[in-house]
Design a protein around this ligand. Structure first.
Ligand code: A3P
Length: 292
């Protein structure tokens, strides 16, 4: 069955958010000219994208870190495929930070020169599922679903923005040697934000003073981002996109929220599918805040 509907636009086998994507842009994306010092944040939706956008903006831009400038995170590290503010990417000064949910086979070909750094952030997919369920019911531009059971079916069938979670992460992991890519998990960031920031700095070859690292970590905590209008997307969502009810982009920000939502049967079903799809992918997944 074709999964294109009023919310999804399928392009080259991958589902985009229909109301905010421009087909002309999708058609030219692969030829977009990449600079060696560009940085790409790649995620499947609801895996910590905004968090990583904020962390990288804080690492890269003094003015962001010292609050001497007032640019929203989403304009600092704009979405590559959803350019909702019509930023002229060609005129953006280097270093440019782009954010994307694209699968490995749709990104600009220039990324295969292996110079440009890609940071792939992944999150345990049960928490992604629950976060996405709530988010889709909140945003008017995404299809609402009545029950977790129905959403689980859609998610596992890839009938959501971002298509199938398993295809996304497996595609990127299996093609990792074609790119200059580092994988880092949401749960690593959650459990030890400071060492995650240091890992990111090291991959980006950015040396920050101890003080600056402290500032990045402080400003990137869930509570601080939730109350920072530059960082939490609330303005854009409320003023430009629209929601069905009250809520916040930064919803819970925890590990293991799935335990409050999935039944034992749903969880076992998920585990089986996870095992079948991820058997050969040695990335570490953390499902519970108390796991070592
Ligand atoms: P929840 O819905 O589970 O709360 P994305 O930016 O990819 O859409 O991901 C959004 C998820 O990341 C939301 O998860 C959000 O709360 C969480 N998040 C955003 N900033 C965070 C932070 N500083 N610390 C922990 N989680 C954060």
């Amino acid at each position: 069955m074709d999964n294109t509907n009023e919310y999804l636009l399928k392009f080259k086998g991958y589902n985009f958010e229909k109301t905010i994507v421009k087909i002309e842009h999708l058609e030219t994306m692969e030829d977009f000219e990449i600079r060696d010092d560009d940085v790409f944040i790649i995620t499947y939706p609801k895996s910590g994208t905004i968090w990583t956008q904020h962390i990288l903006s804080l690492i890269y831009f003094d003015g962001h870190r010292n609050s001497t400038e007032n640019i929203d995170t989403m304009d600092r590290a704009p979405f590559f495929e959803y350019n909702i503010h019509n930023i002229d990417f060609v005129k953006m000064p280097s270093p440019r930070i782009f954010t994307s949910h694209l699968p490995y086979y749709l990104v600009p070909n220039g990324l295969k020169k292996k110079k440009t750094k890609i940071l792939y952030i992944y999150r345990n997919p049960k928490d992604v599922l629950i976060s996405f369920f709530h988010f889709s019911n909140w945003l008017v531009t995404l299809e609402a679903t009545d029950t977790i059971e129905h959403y689980l079916e859609k998610f596992l069938d890839g009938k959501v923005v971002g298509s199938c979670w398993f295809d996304h992460i497996r595609g990127w992991y299996e093609h990792r040697h074609d790119f200059n890519i580092m994988f880092l998990s949401y749960e690593d960031m959650k459990k030890d934000l400071r060492s995650s920031v240091l890992k990111i700095c090291s991959f980006m070859e950015k040396e920050l003073s101890e003080n600056d690292v402290d500032t990045v970590v402080r400003q990137a905590t869930f509570q601080n981002m939730k109350s920072d209008p530059r960082a939490n997307y609330n303005n854009v969502i409320k003023n430009e996109i629209g929601t069905r009810h009250s809520g916040s982009f930064l919803r819970k920000g925890t590990i293991g929220d799935w335990k409050h939502h999935l039944t034992v049967e749903q969880n076992e079903r998920f585990d089986k599918i996870f095992k079948r799809n991820m058997d050969k992918i040695p990335l570490k997944f953390v499902w519970d805040i108390n796991e070592e």
